[in-house]
Ligand binder design. Structure first.
Ligand code: NAD
Ligand code: MN
Length: 497
């Protein structure tokens, strides 16, 4: 762990497993609630010293930039580490595990430079009175991360908060602890004061819970399952913590009749197979018009048969393993439920067998046709490479099906008619809508959920505002007491006591 600028070990250790080989990647210390207390105390002391929050924004931004460059310089190492950690195929790991998160560091540095820290706000009608809106930090904020994109979440849960002068305690997922620890060490080497960034490794119900219950934590930024997110929000009520929740999804992917099929077929595979489907914003409900349904499915299946499932360190691999044996069993359980409820397996539906798959946690990419929107496979987040193909007749029906879900994280439309695409986009209840693309999470745009996919936004131009509180400051330069508002309402006018 990394607490108060120091590496902290404990007697309790556990092994972090490579999901492709089941080998031990690294052995890690497991935190207790006492470590959470120490980390929050370190964060609080750092915050109260004022050293970081009073560092000029330009210097903070420059520090972020140096950290980004340091991470980039180790791109190859982090790419391989990312692949060994989550099974993400090498090409994807380079782009999404390193390039993309480094972009976030530079983005947040830019936001620091552009941020309006204090805004003058003249008060109407009172010449000698004026106001200021100060954007102030909250104190100690906590981040709780899932395992699917360790570098991204290490960035998202720390940088926007640190950018505005808060201290942060981040609890990484127990399955993917290393990147955040290395990031904290780089920050320290580049001059971040001790205690501003603390990294805790341990079990959710123990140390995650301790963070959520801690009275000195002002905000919890959580990404993970809807069930745990709901619990985090309930538990946060006790101290009225702010919560940002980025939870599950069941993204509707609507193909229109006029779509460019080559682009839409590949894009739909990208939508649900990226990182073996282990992304909350995946496109896992594929809505096809009846008129092109059969042709589309035929092309989808043919194309998917060319994908290589296997060793994620092989640059030719398209799809790696899923994260754990437990995750594999969960996915296979959903696949069985799809079969039992009457959907047809058009491809996959099982785990690959034979050489190369003896070790590791594997699921074949799976396409269900004849699926309806009320089947379990269409309602619940599977978090694996599984898609439900749902046939529709009219565009209105497609929109209705798309919105008929408790989730609202992402949605997509494939069309050559941009006007129609935008008209549909306005009707979809989702935080991100991608026309002719998927997974287009962009530094310049806010990312987050509608409905039970959560609330709060990461990235985008206003990302720092989530981690500040507004202070309204007024100053009254009127010297004449009779011109003051309270001078008008006090019972005895001045000078007539
Ligand atoms: P999870 O919600 O169980 O865990 C996410 C994080 O919360 C982890 O760091 C975990 O240790 C922590 N946690 C667990 N219990 C906690 C508690 N009581 N208090 C505080 N923190 C706690 O998610 P998971 O185990 O990674 O995956 C389970 C499911 O969650 C997946 O199958 C998927 O449906 C969903 N998921 C969503 C995302 C996403 O990006 N939205 C990411 C990962 C998982
Ligand atoms: Mn869990």
């Amino acid at each position: 762990m990394f607490i108060g600028g120091e590496w902290v070990d404990t007697d309790d250790h556990y092994d972090v497993i490579n999901p492709a080989t089941e080998e031990v990647n690294v052995t890690c210390a497991k935190a207790t609630p006492a470590h959470v207390d120490a980390a929050v105390a370190a964060g609080k002391a750092a915050f109260e010293s004022g050293e970081w929050r009073n560092t000029p924004p330009a210097e903070r931004a420059a520090l972020f930039d140096r950290v980004g460059q340091r991470v980039m310089a180790r791109a190859e190492e982090f790419t391989v580490e990312g692949t060994k950690g989550t099974g993400m195929p090498l090409r994807l790991s380079g782009a999404l595990g390193v390039g993309f998160p480094v972009g976030h560091v530079f983005h947040y540095a830019e936001l620091i430079r552009k941020h309006e820290w204090v805004r003058p706000a003249p008060i109407g009608g009172a010449a000698l009175q004026t106001g200021y809106i100060a954007k102030e930090p909250l104190g100690v904020t906590a981040g709780i991360c899932p395992w699917n994109f360790p570098a991204n979440f290490a960035m998202w849960k720390t940088l926007p908060s640190m950018a505005v002068g808060n201290s942060v305690v981040i609890k990484v997922d127990e399955k993917t602890p290393t990147f955040a620890l290395e990031l904290a060490a780089i920050f320290k080497e580049e001059g971040l004061p001790d205690g501003v960034l603390n990294v805790i490794v341990g079990d959710g119900p123990v140390v995650g819970e301790a963070l959520v219950q801690h009275p000195d934590v002002a905000l919890i930024s959580f990404t993970g399952s809807t069930a745990v997110g709901r619990h985090v929000m309930e538990a946060s009520a006790k101290h009225l913590k702010r919560v940002l929740l980025e939870l599950g999804g069941k993204g509707p992917n609507i193909v229109l009749e006029d779509a460019d099929l080559d682009i839409a077929v590949d894009g739909s595979i990208w939508a649900f197979c990226m990182h073996a489907g282990q992304a909350c914003e995946s496109g896992t409900r594929l809505l096809l018009p009846a008129s092109i349904h059969d042709e589309f499915v035929e092309r989808l299946v043919a194309r998917m048969k060319t994908l290589k499932v296997g060793n994620p360190l092989d640059p030719a691999t398209d799809i790696g393993p899923v994260m754990s044996a437990q995750q594999r069993e969960r996915i296979l359980g959903y696949i069985e439920s799809g079969k039992a409820q009457g959907a047809t397996v058009a491809l996959g539906g099982d785990s690959p067998q034979g050489p190369g798959y003896e070790k590791g946690f594997w699921v074949n990419p799976t396409v269900f046709t004849n699926a309806s929107n009320d089947m379990k496979i269409s309602c619940e987040e599977i978090f694996g490479p599984v898609v439900s193909v749902i046939k529709y007749d009219t565009v209105d029906e497609a929109i209705q099906i798309a919105n008929d879900t408790e989730y609202g994280l992402s949605a997509g439309i494939w069309t050559t008619d941009a006007t129609k695409g935008l008209e549909i986009a306005q009707q979809l209840k989702a935080g991100s809508v991608w026309i002719n693309d998927w997974h287009n999470i962009n530094n310049d745009l806010p990312f987050g959920g509608y409905k039970q996919s959560g609330f709060g936004r990461e990235l985008g131009p206003d990302a720092l505002d989530e981690f500040t509180q507004d202070k309204a400051i007024t100053i009254d330069l009127t010297n004449d007491l009779n011109k003051k508002f309270y001078g008008l309402v006090l019972s005895t006018p001045l000078g007539q006591e």
